[in-house]
Design a protein around this ligand. Structure first.
Ligand code: NAD
Length: 476
């Protein structure tokens, strides 16, 4: 069976992909298992793996416009942003290419002619499940460290946006990655995804997506005693103090809220602004939001495209209604864009709510769309309580010139990443992941390689005597 892939910009069919059967998913898992245990990949040295990752990086660099075009066409993110993502994907493959031959254990001394060494071993076949908002970036964050460590992969991209992952798989093969190391299976989550994560042959699941699906997968993995790492949602507080550089903060806040149409786990969807500058901030924020260039995601000038898919548009519409019902003030947007030029696209205005209370649904739930809540604060301890009041803890920001205040708040704010006087500065060199229900495990940085390794301890005795017990104890 095949499924049509639809452009959110004009509703046209831009491709079709196969709905994998259980047998076909099984075959992909078997291919990955064979490559891990006995295939060409199993014999590659870490230097050879590094060379392959560098070649993949070069190929992505060469084909970045094509990859960015596929991505923007499929998920509606503007091409200026997807080109930026391709640069960061190239950096990611180079970073982990460089790390491949530096994965090592330790040597530990023991008494009397004994010592221990530890090895970092790959886990085996990794099942990877990715979402629709940044399919290629999420794929790169997972496959580059997993391959650097010597694992093999079966990846299921979102049913909405599989096209770029299929293209990247092709580039990987052309760059010398042996057949069967990186397998892509396409189709629905509750069939193809479920079969994949339930397989006994999978050594670990690496998942990025929603909390609801994360819980389902975690319970399957729990029953099978399989490790899992989870990158789930976010509801980032973007905290703006009166002493900050306000123009910088406003510009960044608009991008943080509406970049990628707000389809971002790190979207600055809750703006906490100090009461003394509330009116000035709101006025500047609305003025700048009105200037956002809306249009065709493939046009280099466009800053804001369509909502990525119908399901997500329905969710955004519903949560805007809830915001109004619960008494927030709609300061801008809140409806579909009626311009006839966008008639066939899923366009929705960037939407600003003011007078938002921290208990309201729109301030608690991840909307994953272009809807921002502005909350005023006076008191620092109440601010911390409100900022931490959500179940999420992925990321957030503080804008202030008072470094003491920034560092004091950092100690209290519950999130995996805090930006001070900047926003969404995510680097492949630094760990990224959540606290609380935003997930566990980390992507990026050295920690991502650890996620795909296991430790073996080897003890050597060269004393030529019998020593069979714990360290320190000797046979009489
Ligand atoms: P989703 O959870 O609906 O789907 C994610 C993936 O899981 C898809 O590929 C889907 O097909 C698959 N899936 C669904 N049901 C499954 C099942 N029963 N078994 C196995 N796989 C299944 O999420 P989404 O709507 O695609 O993405 C949006 C979510 O992703 C948001 O919550 C967002 O915050 C999160 N996200 C988090 C990060 C991060 O780094 N923390 C990054 C991007 C997106």
């Amino acid at each position: 069976m095949k499924t049509n892939i639809i452009s959110p910009y004009d509703g046209k069919v831009i491709g079709e992909v196969k709905e994998f059967t259980n047998d076909e998913v099984e075959e992909a898992i078997n291919n990955a298992q064979y490559e891990f245990n006995d295939g060409e990949w199993s014999r590659y040295s870490s230097d050879e793996r590094a060379q392959i990752l560098f070649s993949i990086a070069n190929s992505i660099e060469k084909n970045s416009l094509e990859l960015a075009t596929i991505e923007s066409n499929n998920n509606g993110k503007v091409i200026k942003e997807t080109i930026g993502e391709m640069k960061s994907i190239v950096d990611t493959f180079r970073y982990y290419g460089g790390m491949s031959n530096k994965i090592s254990g330790e040597t530990l001394p023991l008494d009397n002619k004994k010592f221990i060494y530890t090895q970092r071993k790959p886990l085996g076949v990794i099942a990877m499940i990715t979402p629709w908002n940044s399919p290629l970036l999420m794929m790169a964050w997972k496959i580059a460290p997993a391959l650097a460590a010597g694992n093999t992969v079966v990846l299921k991209p979102s049913e909405y946006t599989p096209l770029s992952s299929i293209k990247l798989q092709q580039l990987c093969l052309e760059s010398g990655l042996p057949n069967g190391v990186l397998n892509i299976v396409t189709g629905q989550g509750n069939t193809v995804g479920n079969y994949l994560v339930s397989s006994d042959k999978i050594a670990k699941v690496s998942f990025t997506g929603s909390i609801i699906v994360g819980k389902k997968i975690a319970s399957i993995c729990g029953n099978n005693l399989k490790p899992i790492s989870m990158e789930l949602g976010g509801k980032a507080p973007n905290i703006i103090f009166e002493d900050c550089n306000l123009d910088n903060a406003v510009r960044a806040a608009v991008k943080a809220a509406f970049g990628g149409q707000g389809h971002s786990c790190s979207a600055g969807s809750r703006i906490f602004v100090q009461k003394s500058i509330e009116n000035e901030f709101i006025e500047k924020f609305i003025k700048l939001t009105k200037k956002i260039k809306i249009g065709d995601p493939l046009n280099m000038e466009t800053e804001y495209g369509p909502i990525s898919n119908t399901m997500q548009l329905e969710k955004v519409v519903k949560l805007v209604e809830v915001g109004l019902k619960e008494g927030a003030t709609l300061a801008y947007g809140g409806k579909r864009i009626e311009d006839p030029a966008y008639r066939n696209g899923l366009f929705f205005y960037p939407t600003i709510f003011t007078n938002v209370d921290s208990n309201m649904t729109i301030a608690q739930e991840e909307i994953f769309g272009p809807v921002v809540s502005i909350l005023a604060f006076d008191d620092e301890s109440q601010l911390i309580k409100d900022a931490n009041s959500v179940k999420y803890g992925l990321s957030g920001a503080i804008w202030t010139k008072d470094i003491n205040r920034a560092l004091r708040l950092n100690e209290k704010l519950e999130m995996g990443t805090l930006w001070i006087n900047c926003y969404k500065q995510i680097s492949c060199k630094a760990p990224y992941g959540g606290m609380k229900s935003s997930g566990y495990g980390r992507e990026n940085g050295k920690m991502a390689v650890d996620e795909f390794c296991q430790t073996k301890t080897v003890v050597i005795d060269y004393s030529d005597q019998v020593s069979i017990w714990y360290e320190g104890e000797k046979e009489e």
